[in-house]
Design a protein around this ligand. Sequence first.
Ligand SMILES: *[C@@H]1O[C@H](CO)[C@@H](O)[C@H](O)[C@H]1NC(C)=O
Length: 174
Amino acid sequence: MKLLLSRPFYVFAILASIRSGCAVPAVPLSGLESEGHSVCDPSASGPSLSTQQSTAFKDYIHIFFEERDVQKAFDRYIPGEYINHISTAASQGREAALTGLLALQANPDMMRDHVTLFTGDGFGLAYYRRYIPGSSTVNFAVMDKMRFEGTCIVEIWSLFQTINGNETNPIAFF
Ligand SMILES: *[C@@H]1O[C@H](CO)[C@@H](O)[C@H](O)[C@H]1NC(C)=O
């Protein structure tokens, strides 16, 4: 099924897919991640760091939302530490989060649209709708804030609100 994407997301998704693999330098991770898939660098610094974080965040969201490949997104950008502030998270760490997200994403009807995002000051923020078409219970406006160390993602805060469809505001959420 094709994702319905807001125009800014579509444009950057194309850019991200063109640039992925060349704009973000692959750097040895000194034991952080053993499988060698990671392209992020936890010790990246310098004047181009904010640009590198922007590229990393767009690529992470593109891989997760468009390619629907949670494992690849984590392998590339969440190679180690992962501090999770999501209220429903039962336990901490990369593996617990990955297990939960793989289960969530296993449903081929799980959709995301109205995706907008930005990065700044070492954080990435994504705002979007996550829903299953026809479902009255899985229909959420979601805001994820993620913190970078270098070009790796190491911490997440997330808020979500159910979209009932009867909201008072005709431009509710998006
Ligand atoms: C909208 O629908 C939800 C779910 O049925 C209900 O709980 C809520 O009270 C409704 N809100 C309004 C403003 O009608």
